[in-house]
Design a protein around this ligand. Sequence first.
Ligand code: MN
Length: 289
Amino acid sequence: MRLGLFGGGRLGVVVGDLVHDASALVPIEAAGVGGALAALIRSGAALDADDVAAAPAFPLEGIEWEAPLPRPGKIIGAPANYFEHVDEMPDSSTVVEWGVFLKAGTSVLAPGGTIRLPYLDKRTDHEGELAVVIGRGGRDISLESARAHVFGYTCALDITVRSTEDRSTRKSFDTFTPLGPLVVTADELGSDGDLGLRLTVNGGLRQESTTAKLIYGVPELIAYASSVMTLEPGDVIATGTPAGVGPIVDGDVVEVSIDRVGSLRVEVTADGAIRYADRPGPRTALQRG
Ligand code: MN
């Protein structure tokens, strides 16, 4: 199935040219800030195709999709997980040495939304990535059973300020994790082993690769991440970005497209950006003792 949120948090299932409103089929009252899709994933239940077909339907064209998971419990990132990207970075370490990092759940941005650049004078980059949505949670998940813990896949951007702070700071600004538009379930997608990924800025190609080139593929990421932290239903793993990362600036339109998963398009603004030196916090005349 292909699932998303629309119309103020309603759960939509795409069938052909129609979107069926399956909100009545999930415990939506318990959805909270995590949203109806997260509630469905937590329930562990699969939607019945006949029930979906009987639900009210709207034309797919014209639907404005919201983020499918507006507030994931965890957004786990994989740094330097394509060798081509490692080669363009100042450090030759890979995910094997870095491990994984966390982004704030509040950094999610809906499709069609606007990335807000925080600083006028610090480079901020696009990173187009395949995102994995965890279905069944777990700890110390084995490589062999990892795929059984995948609910589905969606498109993500891992927006990053190129400054000196920890990754969790540089990647966690509000709007820095565009997500969606749809989550394609694992059974619908089939193999995630060779999905083409392209990213354009204002229509110009910046990144083009395939998940076949991931250093840690999806099973390795799940096994590794779950050796550190318990994975929960609805957690998101951004699998890393290939070569071609580059700066985004005010007025840009960024689009990442992944084979059989979808296309995610967002805009960029510098409205409200400040000089890096003007960020809060004392930085001068700090004397120890
Ligand atoms: Mn990344």
